[in-house]
Write a protein that binds this ligand. Structure first.
Ligand SMILES: *Cc1c(COP(=O)(O)O)cnc(C)c1O
Length: 362
């Protein structure tokens, strides 16, 4: 018997969420962002869900783009960090990939390359996040160089916002981007999930939804995924594999960080940090046992965690447990653990068996 832990990936929920992103940006095309193995959901699973619907897929690694072309993807594929070496470029051209160009070194590599055909470029401006991108002056100089260069097919202008989900919002960065690029008369792309949901006028030619595709709210403190109309894609579930009855003063787990203040029953769940559950989730993190909400107790171990069964006298060895997903938003667990749903999804461990549910087409 394998351990009872399992992740379900709901392809119809993924398709639903992609369509919701499209509905928020009706004039735009939408890159389905599938970097980081589709935020832990599996690149080819995400592709199976979206292959007939997605306008394009955006990823980081050339190998991911190769995998999608091999799987039969004919739509545009975008490398969000672009290429890393001159020797990447012939393959970029051969596979007809669109590439971000975010630094002067990439401009040099691209203009010097000898390519079988020109490549589509997303020229990236640093509008204030100070991660990737060319400063406005360097951006305009690069634009002038690339605009009519024989190695460049379509040109789209892009930037990325640091606080689209937060209090500062996008306006400072978006204003600078529009002021700098306004005269160019070229299509542009600036919107991640938070921007798509909050600032419809920033949709541009291409939006770039990531977390919302996987059913995570980009701003869970303001709106739950459910309130946004998003459906959970990943459900991490397991079972109770052991029970303990505690007397007042008895403690649970490593370090004994939780002590019972009354007689109580504790369930032990086959899920730990080696499965991707966050070790720093404190006592009180929500969990579903037999469909009912309760809380974790004490420290998360490598392979197990403990849950409070005080209000669940019917729970037994074998009672199903949902760690996050259907019935319990990953955002709630993430918030309790001081992180974001992105990190929970990406951390799903390879040892967790995955079952695909739902059909990709209604
Ligand atoms: C990851 C990423 C996105 C998607 O962001 P979400 O917050 O997950 O929607 C969009 N654009 C770029 C450049 C990214 O790296």
């Amino acid at each position: 018997m394998p351990r009872p832990i399992q992740a379900h990936i709901d392809l119809s929920a993924l398709l639903h969420n992609y369509r919701l992103a499209q509905a928020h940006a009706p004039g735009a095309r939408a890159w389905a962002v599938v970097k980081a193995n589709a935020y832990g959901h599996g690149l080819l699973r995400a592709y199976a869900a979206l292959k007939d619907a997605a306008d394009g897929f955006a990823m980081l690694d050339l190998a991911e783009a190769v995998a999608l072309r091999q799987a039969g993807a004919t739509q545009p594929l975008l490398l969000l960090e672009g290429f890393f070496q001159p020797r990447d470029l012939p393959l970029v051209a051969e596979l007809d990939l669109a590439t971000a160009v975010h630094c002067s070194e990439q401009v040099e590599m691209l203009t010097r390359a000898r390519l079988s055909r020109p490549v589509s470029v997303m020229l990236k401006m640093n509008s204030g996040m100070n991660r990737l991108g060319l400063t406005p002056d360097a951006f305009l100089a690069a634009l002038a160089r690339l605009r009519h260069h024989p190695n460049v097919a379509a040109l789209t202008l892009m930037t990325h916002f640091a606080d689209a989900d937060g209090a500062r919002g996008i306006s400072g960065q978006f204003d600078l981007f529009r002021r700098t690029t306004g005269d160019a008369g070229l299509p542009w792309s600036v919107a991640n999930s938070a921007t798509i949901l909050r600032v419809p006028e920033a949709a541009g030619a291409w939006v770039r939804p990531g977390i919302m595709l996987y059913g995570g709210s980009p701003f869970p403190d303001q709106a739950s995924a459910q309130a946004l109309g998003l459906r959970p894609v990943m459900t991490l579930s397991s079972e109770i594999i052991g029970l303990q009855d505690l007397q007042p003063g008895e403690r649970v787990g490593y370090g004994g960080t939780f002590a019972a203040d009354r007689p109580m029953r504790v369930g032990v769940v086959a899920c730990g940090y080696a499965d991707g559950y966050p070790r720093h989730a404190p006592t009180g993190t929500p969990v579903l046992v037999g469909g009912q909400r309760t809380r974790t107790l004490g420290r998360v171990s490598m392979d197990m965690l403990a849950v409070d069964l005080s209000a669940l006298p019917e729970a037994r060895v074998g009672t199903p447990v949902v760690l996050w997903g259907e019935g319990l938003a990953a955002d709630e667990v993430a918030t309790s653990a001081g992180t974001i749903s992105y990190e929970l999804f990406c951390a799903l461990a390879p040892r967790v068996p995955v079952a695909v549910v739902g059909r990709s087409q209604p």
